[in-house]
Design a protein around this ligand. Structure first.
Ligand code: NI
Length: 174
């Protein structure tokens, strides 16, 4: 298995809508997912979508135990989510800072639904259905956006709240 190159913003492949996975429980799918985990871990990412390594399929992975990129974030179980669907559970929106391995060294303030339900399949084709909130909900919305060809800068409402991590003011403790 291998750490793959991550496509960066500007690459037209990141703007494509990814295709559904149609065959589960096979070596090809397992190899893709294994490469995704190797690639995400190598970059200390909290999530990765298959299109980010040039594979236009509806596969995302995410998870956060302790991560130096997100020192204050809530933990999220390590999850493989295939052919995902998302439903907002309320109109409530949170704004918080996001980064993306396809937009290196930058951060932006992004609105996301606070509470969502998401469903999809694991690599064996077993269905998964969760209702989540907070950082978990944010990560899922960010990753599923990649499958629609949407990168987080497109969601930023105030472009003054977008910039290099090294230049942005430190966040105040709440
Ligand atoms: Ni991303």
């Amino acid at each position: 298995m291998a750490v793959r190159q991550i496509l960066k913003i500007g690459n037209p492949q990141l703007l494509q809508k990814a295709a559904p996975v149609t065959a589960f429980n096979n070596q090809e799918l397992d190899d893709i997912i294994s490469d995704m985990f190797d690639t995400m871990s190598a970059q200390d990412g909290a999530g990765l979508a298959a299109p980010q390594i040039g594979i236009s399929l509806r596969i995302v992975i995410f998870g956060l135990e302790e991560n130096p990129r997100y020192p204050d974030a809530e933990t999220v179980p390590t999850t493989i989510l295939i052919n995902p669907q998302i439903m907002a559970l309320s109109d409530s929106i949170d704004e918080d800072w996001e980064g993306c391995l396809s937009v290196p060294n930058m951060r932006g303030l992004v609105p996301r639904y606070s509470h969502i339900r998401y469903a999809g399949f694991d690599p064996q084709g077993v269905s998964l259905d969760r209702s989540v909130q907070g950082f978990h909900a944010r990560v899922v919305q960010h990753e599923v956006d990649h499958l629609e060809g949407i990168l987080y800068p497109q969601r930023i409402r105030d472009m003054r709240m977008f910039g290099y991590e090294s230049e942005l003011p430190q966040e105040e403790e709440e």
